[in-house]
Structures are given as C-alpha cells and as structure tokens.
Design a binder for this molecule. Structure first.
Ligand code: HEM
Length: 509
C-alpha cells in the first residue's frame, strides 16, 4: 500500500524531532548519573546523616530548622556532605580547624548562592573575584579607616534618636507591644545613606523609602528559596516560575533607588557643588571614592561597576546591621539580668547619653560581650560558601577535590558543642578576657576571616554600640509572649514575622 501525503511529509520530521529529544533526554540523564557517581566517590570519606531518596537533606534547611542542624552537628562534629536532591551536594563544615584551612585560601565564591545574588547586587565587592576584587578592595578600604568612622558617631546618634522619638510617641499612644524590626531597618538605612552616600533622605519619617527596604527583604527571601530548592537552580525552570517575575520586579525597584543616588551625585559634581560638600564633611564618602576612581580610570570602574558597588554597600551596610541590632534587642529582652548590667555600664560611662565619644565606645566592655554573644548565639550571617579551585586537605588528612562547593556554617561553628560549653545558653561572660584566652582563633567568625573578611565590621560594631547604648538609656525592653519569634534565613538571618517588644519608657537621668 502506498503511503499517504501526510505520512511522507509529516511523519519523518516528527520521528526525527522525537528521536532528537529522546537522545537529548538520555544524554542529560547520563550526565546527571555521572555527576551523582562522581559526588558519591568524592565524598565517600565523610559520614553522611540519613538522606531522603528524593529531597536529600533539603528538608533540614526548610523552615530554618536550626534544631535539626544542631542535632546533626552533635552527631557529626566536624562536617557532613549535604545533598540537595539526588544530583547536587555541598560539603558543610563547622569545625575551627576546618574553617581555618578553608578561609586561608582564595577560592572563588560558590556558584550556588552568589550566582543567585548577582542579579540583585551585581558584581560588587561581595561577588567579585581575582585582580578586579583586589583593586576594588584596596580602593574601598580607606573608606572604613577609624578616622572616618569617628566622624560617623554623631550621624549615628542622630539617626538612632529619630527612631527612639518615634518609639516614645508610639508608647504614649498605644498600650500594646511594638514591632521594632521595621523601624530598625529604616534607621540602619538612614545611617548608611548619610555615612556612605551623604544623603539626607529623611527615610525614617518619609515612608516612600519603605519600598526599597521591603524589596530587599523579599529579594533575600527569594534568593534563599533558590539556593535550597534544586529545581530553581536551573535558570530555565526558575524563569518560568512566578517567583522569577516577582524577582525581576523587585530588582527594578532597588536598581531605580540606587541609580537615583548616583545620578544626583554626578549632577552635583557637574555643577561644581560637590567639592564644597567634601570640604564641609572633611572626608570623601564612599560614593566620592568610587566616582573619583571612575573619573581616573573608567576601565577599572565602569558605570556598571559603580552601580554594583553602590547596590552592594547599600544592601550589606544596612541589612546586616539592622538584623544584628534586632537580634541583640531580642537577646537582651529575653535576659533582663544582662540588659540591666549593660544599662548600668552605659549610664556610668555616658550619663544621659547626650553625647558619645569614640573613646567611650571602647569602655563599654560588658555591652561588647553581649554583642559578641549575640553574634555567637544567633549568627546573623549563618553561612558562607566557596567553590574549590584546587583540592583541599584538612589538618586531619581528609580531602576534597577541586570543584566541590564548601559551605562554612558560621551558625554551626558557633553552636559546636566540641568548641562551646552549653552552646544553647546565652552567656556573655564567654567573651571575658580570661574565658577567651584559650579559644581557637577560628571558633568565632561572625564577620568571617582571612582575605575576604567583612570590610564593614568596625562600622557595624560602632553602629551597634551607639544604638544599643541610646536604646537602653531610654527604654526597658521585654518580649511579647503572645508574639513568638520565628527565624527566617534570607542570606541574613531575620525574624520571620518581626520582633514585638514591650517598651517601657525610663525616667531621664
Ligand atoms: C553586623 C553586621 C555584619 C555582619 C554580621 C557581616 C558579615 C559578613 C561576612 C560573614 C562576610 C563574608 C562573606 C563571604 O565570605 O561570603 C562579609 C563580607 C562583606 N561585608 Fe559584611 N557584615 C556586616 C556588616 C557590614 C557592613 C556594615 C558593610 C558595609 C558598610 C559590610 C560590607 C561587606 C562587604 C562589602 C563584604 C565583602 C568583602 C570582600 O569580599 O572583600 N558588611 N560580611
């Protein structure tokens, strides 16, 4: 029987397309199979906690299940291979010797985390690698010199007082607890805008800036969802999801916000008014440093580089400190005995707190211990990661091949019972000089360590000390038992539904 027109003209292309897709599918399956075999071989030296056949260990990280991670750390005290689905695995470490070996190298940041951050922050200091990272780091470091930081203390005092005046008004008009995390976010944004960008945005009063803060909050959450959902690792699958459209929209919001700031400064440079402003301030702010580097060499600092650094510093400079201050208040509200001791110390040093000098900040030893214990207990940046560019051998002889993604769990390190006695107890005295003497130098790493440590750590410490001192002088804080706090990991650890505190206004000294 002769074949029909339809068969000769359509059947062959259809079969060809079908065979092509089948071959492609088989090739992909073979690739995944080989990848799994390679990972199993590379990680065979290390004992693994029970793995779910489909999710792997993904559920351990769902709902920010720190109790589950704590249990794993007790059973596997140095590290464990962590499977995300069947075909992707990271190596999770939380031992001080492992951390020291890991951080002494210059491996690039891991694709699984930073790749998902790049669309939001661009390639600024956090995401850059190699000579370009080195150039940017060297150029931006003077912006955090202590002579510059000293000039920020008065700016910080002013921003914290704006927030406290708002709290005072709220206290006098409402009898319930107050959600403080949003206020603290705006206050931290106000500080970074004034210090790094010399921008008087009035953002704590003018609610239009809420959009930026809310966008960064949601963006961080989406990034974290991508990291721990292996389906979203594929750009194609993520792009097809509704999450991706939201992600794009939010990125546009933050891009517009930062672009406005850059354009305004460029305008002021063109109009010749910026030089007077620098003279008034007596220092070049972060934006001056970046833009004068661009003026000298547009190749080192292109327009995109400037955008990326501004986005990076605006995000890193407010989100981390805001979360840290929120958690510090949470810890002190939970432990009134430490709160009282801090307040006594602060009163003895500052009196009514009408001014704070640089030297007075250094005298706050008990308060500093409480801040450090908060960093240990909560660890606002719970994990960082790298992709090994060369094989890595740990001091105990175990090794990992090049290409492996290693996650340093800072939270795990800070809760490792082989390092910290009673890690679930909040005890600031762990950080007294006599109790810290014998501690492994890599046991406490809230700001990481080594060449890629946090450039803003002194800035953050100054901001935290100024803010907590002024808050405790004006208010007694306690938790609202009807609004329990839940953790949410969005790169930076945050309270999922905010932090509700009862604020009791204290009489003026
Ligand atoms: C309490 C607040 C803060 C904490 C806990 C914190 C923590 C960290 C950590 C753990 C890293 C290492 C990241 C990695 O290796 O992947 C880091 C890097 C960084 N931080 Fe912070 N940070 C804080 C505040 C700040 C502030 C206030 C700024 C800026 C004003 C800042 C800017 C940066 C930058 C730019 C990097 C990348 C440095 C580089 O790779 O050269 N951070 N931070």
């Amino acid at each position: 029987m002769e074949s029909s027109w339809l068969e000769t003209h359509w059947a062959r292309p259809f079969y060809l397309a079908f065979s092509f897709c089948l071959a492609l599918g088989l090739l992909q399956a073979a690739k995944l199979y080989l990848r799994r075999q390679r990972l199993l071989r590379d990680l065979r030296d290390f004992p693994t906690p029970p793995v779910h056949w489909y999710h792997g260990h993904q559920k351990v990280f769902h709902n920010d299940n720190f109790d589950k991670i704590g249990e794993i750390i007790e059973k596997y005290p140095r590290a464990f291979p962590c499977w995300i689905g069947r075909f992707q695995a990271f190596f999770f470490i939380y031992d001080p010797d492992y951390a020291k070996t890991f951080l002494s190298r210059t491996d690039p940041k891991s694709q699984y985390l930073y790749k998902f951050i790049i669309p939001t922050l661009g390639k600024g200091l956090i995401n850059l690698e190699g000579p370009k990272w080195f150039q940017h780091r060297r150029l931006l470091t003077p912006g955090f010199h202590f002579n510059v930081l000293k000039t920020y203390v008065d700016i910080m005092i002013c921003s914290v007082n704006i927030m406290l005046d708002k709290w005072e008004k709220l206290c006098s008009t409402q009898d319930t607890s107050i959600e403080v995390a949003d206020h603290i976010n705006l206050m931290a944004l106000d500080i970074i805008m004034k210090c790094a960008f010399s921008q008087e945005t009035n953002c704590q009063i003018n609610s239009t800036h809420d959009v930026y803060v809310k966008a960064t909050f949601e963006l961080s959450r989406i990034i974290y969802q991508r990291v721990y959902n292996f389906l979203y690792h594929h750009d194609m699958i993520f792009k097809l999801s509704p999450l991706s459209r939201r992600f794009e929209k939010l990125n546009q919001v933050t891009r517009r916000y930062t672009e406005n700031i850059i354009q305004e400064r460029k305008k002021s440079i063109r109009a010749g008014t910026n030089q007077d402003n620098i003279q008034k301030r007596k220092y070049q702010d972060f934006l001056d440093i970046v833009l004068s580097a661009q003026a000298k060499d547009g190749e080192i600092f292109s327009d995109i580089d400037v955008q990326s650094e501004v986005k990076t510093f605006m995000f890193a400079g407010h989100d981390t400190t805001a979360s840290s201050l929120t958690w510090l208040l949470y810890c002190l509200a939970q432990h009134p005995e430490h709160q009282d001791r801090c307040r006594e110390e602060i009163r003895a040093i500052l009196g009514d707190g009408s001014s704070i000098s640089w030297d007075q900040l250094a005298e706050m030893s008990y308060t500093t211990m409480c801040i450090k214990e908060m960093f240990r207990f909560i660890s606002p940046i719970p994990t960082i990661s790298r992709e090994l560019s060369q094989p890595l051998t740990f001091p105990d002889g175990c090794s990992l091949p090049a290409g492996m993604n290693v996650f340093l769990s800072i939270w795990g390190l800070h809760h490792n019972p082989t390092v910290w006695k009673n890690p679930k107890v909040f005890d600031p005295l762990r950080f007294s000089p006599e109790n810290s003497d014998q501690r492994h130098p890599h046991a406490f790493l809230p700001f990481s360590a080594g060449p890629r440590n946090c450039i803003g750590q002194q800035f953050a410490m100054v901001e935290l000390k100024v803010a907590i001192a002024l808050i405790l002088l004006r208010f007694e804080v306690s938790l609202d038992p009807t609004k329990p706090v839940a953790f949410m990991n969005c790169v930076v650890l945050k309270p999922k539904h905010g932090l509700y505190l009862h604020l009791k206004k204290l009489p003026e000294c």
